[in-house]
Design a protein around this ligand. Structure first.
Ligand code: BG6
Length: 510
């Protein structure tokens, strides 16, 4: 089948080898006026079309309160694409995509609007050949999830007719804690069967994250030492230099741990620590991730092994950044964490006794996400003791972003010395080794939804286990005073450094 854009020189080699083109279908976005939709979802739809991966009659429906005509919506998509799409703008692709664009105006309580949505879908089935196959993307605050899915049910929009599908795509955060996540799951599953529910964790759509599995299981080099006998500890860092931008309403009360540790960082931990799955299909992958998340153990002393903090005013990138409590829309008494660091252990034979340190923060030194597997020191060294003291730990660093690749760190003899050993790095960089460019995570994930491929979507069990890990920490923080502080533009609070120093370790400065 040839999609929108037909034969497209932009289609990369991997796609040529494995053309995964969506069949007749459409996407409905709730919350289409939001940031995520403008920056990520609309551009991803266009990029997929531009790569020839969408069917010719693909349709995009926006649903929101805004009083827009179809043309206004199309103009919004156009602007979003111009500003944020990854691939160049091509008029012929746009002209084809626009044929299937519609806007439905209304609130989530508005029955007429949902009837309007229904007739829009029926109309598109006729004129665009979408075959009744629609995915509903809930890019809305979690408190609206139940309402929207109930409306979809009430108006027959979730009903799958013979030979067609209806799917729900749900943005994170999926709940606020274990109890609310369970309630949400129940509501969603009353309306959509589990295999038609796609919970988005966009980190799983990143090429570098998928590569963790290739690195571990397509090679012989790493797996034999990927365990407690050789690994000293693992550090998973997701540092951002941005503040909360215009997201005060979302962020305050949620904080760093709920925003990204509960989902992105625990998924990175699961992929790093899980056993090899029997195959790479969705069930086998979920089974292994679930096992490892189920084996995660919290340290007994949460005061010593967790840190939460807020940024205070500082200089970043040559500009003055205000402190979190001075950000517009933030309660000046807020205790919300903009930085969180936690130590976890995994209670199984492979990892017993190996700490996994997770940290994330806004307004840190620079934007970087990496997983560093730090190995134990050599048990014996034939070199003299001064040299041995200087020798660091070997490490394998998976650079998730922005400088995508893998670094191996090891000791090497310094030329011209008798036997001084110093740490050096060996690098693999995507940009140097591949000519293919990486699609945006949302391109991959939206395409997977349309194809019904759920490999890269966390299952309900994973989401619930992740809350189970985080809930006691959040409760401990709620009950125990105020967050620590760190200056914007630095690498976080002293308390986080002290936390590792107590274990005789230190954070990497990527
Ligand atoms: C989102 C968080 O899930 O991930 C944001 O809600 C964060 O707070 C974002 O900024 C980071 O995504 P990325 O892909 O830029 O690392």
């Amino acid at each position: 089948m040839s999609g929108i854009g037909g034969a497209n020189p932009l289609r990369d080699a991997a796609d040529r080898r494995l053309p995964r083109i969506a069949g007749p279908s459409g996407l409905v976005i709730f919350g289409v006026t939001g940031d995520l939709s403008r920056k990520k979802l609309m551009p991803a739809v266009y990029d997929l079309a531009n790569r020839g991966l969408l069917p010719p009659g693909f349709s995009l429906i926006g649903f929101a309160r805004r009083e827009w005509a179809h043309e206004d919506f199309a103009q919004e998509v156009h602007d979003a694409v111009e500003e944020h799409a990854r691939t160049p703008f091509r008029e012929e692709v746009w002209q084809q995509l626009i044929q299937g664009m519609r806007f439905v105006q209304g609130t989530f309580d508005d029955d007429d609007a949902f009837e309007q949505l229904k007739s829009t879908i029926e109309d598109l089935d006729k004129v665009q050949g979408t075959g009744g196959n629609f995915a509903f993307y809930l890019s809305v605050p979690p408190k609206f999830f139940p309402k929207v899915v109930q409306q979809l049910k009430k108006h027959g929009l979730a009903d799958q007719k013979e030979g067609s599908w209806r799917r729900a795509v749900i943005e994170k955060p999926f709940g606020h804690d274990l109890v609310s996540a369970k309630e949400l799951n129940q509501v969603v599953h009353e309306v959509f069967p589990p295999n038609e529910v796609f919970r988005i964790d966009h980190y799983l759509g990143k090429e570098t994250v998928q590569n963790i599995l290739a690195l571990r299981f397509a090679n012989t080099l790493f797996e034999p030492i990927w365990n407690r006998s050789y690994v000293d500890h693992v550090q998973i860092t997701m540092a951002e230099d941005i503040g909360i931008g215009g997201r005060a309403g979302y962020y305050d009360g949620i904080g760093a741990a709920r925003d990204v540790i509960q989902n992105h960082l625990l998924q990175l931990l699961a992929l790093t620590a899980m056993e090899e799955p029997a195959s790479f299909d969705a069930d086998a992958l979920a089974a292994e991730k679930t096992k490892v998340l189920g084996a995660v153990k919290l340290p007994k002393d949460l005061a010593k092994n967790t840190v939460r903090a807020q940024y205070t005013a500082g200089w970043q990138g040559g500009a003055k950044a205000v402190g979190y409590l001075q950000e517009e829309g933030i309660d000046p008494r807020s205790k919300t964490d903009t930085y969180a660091a936690i130590k976890l252990e995994i209670d199984n034979r492979r990892w017993a006794g190996v700490p996994f340190y997770l940290r994330t923060g806004k307004r840190l030194g620079r934007r970087v996400t990496e997983i560093a597997v730090v190995f134990q020191r050599a048990p014996h060294s034939p070199f003299d003791s001064t040299a041995t003291e200087e020798l660091g730990h070997n490490a394998l660093v998976i650079r998730v972003q922005p400088d995508e690749g893998v670094t191996m760190r090891f000791g090497s003899k310094v030329p011209g010395t008798s036997m001084e050993v110093r740490d050096v790095s060996m690098d693999f960089a995507y940009g140097e080794s591949f000519t293919e460019s990486s699609p945006e995570a949302y391109e991959r994930l939206i395409l997977d939804v349309l194809l019904g491929d759920s490999n890269l979507f966390p299952r309900v069990e994973e989401v619930e286990l992740s809350w189970k890990i985080l809930d006691p920490i959040e409760q401990f923080w709620d009950a125990n005073g105020k967050p620590a502080q760190y200056t914007a533009g630095t690498w976080g609070p002293d308390e986080a450094d002290e936390m590792l120093a107590r274990d005789g370790r230190s954070w990497r400065r990527p």
